[in-house]
Design a protein around this ligand. Structure first.
Ligand code: ATP
Ligand code: MG
Length: 158
């Protein structure tokens, strides 16, 4: 169905902000106008849930998580960045693989199966988008995905 992705994302962030029990602050960089995208709401909720859960799970005490939506010509780019432990360069290509977890020892205490991002990748592909991550060890991680978006004439002229 067609949804205003800005509102949709904002509401999901609200839910995480209300439920969080960590000292992590949220920053939103969202467009002030509506962006209508055709999505499966359940699948997209899962994508965002998996990405945001990781950002919180790997965030340090007092860290900041930033949520953004950028508009490009035929797509939007949705990003979630954190100030957490980061991911070593040599492992970053594998984090979207099933059951892959960086550094078993480090992540053991945090739990998880290593399926979150593999599921997110599959769901993003179903929507015709791409997903990727950029990270600097010790500084933080940014996970982004694209969604095809056809700017309608109404959008252009209003
Ligand atoms: P699950 O999501 O199934 O509970 P998980 O979080 O370990 O388990 P994924 O979400 O698929 O699995 O992530 C794969 C691995 O990528 C993680 O184990 C972690 O090592 C790394 N990773 C993912 N997101 C981040 C992040 N924001 N910061 C640092 N490492 C991350
Ligand atoms: Mg996860």
């Amino acid at each position: 169905e067609w949804v205003n992705f800005v509102d949709f994302f904002d509401r999901i962030i609200d839910r995480f902000e209300m439920a969080k029990d960590q000292n992590v602050s949220f920053r939103r960089k969202l467009p002030s106008h509506a962006i209508f995208v055709e999505i499966d709401e359940d699948k997209m909720t899962q994508v965002l849930y998996n990405i945001i859960s990781n950002a919180l799970k790997y965030s340090p005490e007092g860290g900041q998580v930033t949520f953004s939506i950028k508009e490009e010509e035929e797509k939007i780019i949705v990003s979630v960045s954190d100030e957490g432990v980061g991911i070593p360069k040599e492992n970053i290509g594998k984090i979207f693989d099933r059951f892959y977890r960086v550094d078993k020892a480090r992540t053991r205490k945090l739990g998880g199966t290593g399926l979150g991002l593999a599921i997110a990748k599959e769901m993003v592909y179903v929507h015709g988008g791409m997903i990727w991550a950029e990270s600097e060890e010790g500084k933080g991680t940014e996970v982004s995905f694209s969604l095809p978006y056809e700017q309608s004439e109404e959008d252009e002229w209003s």
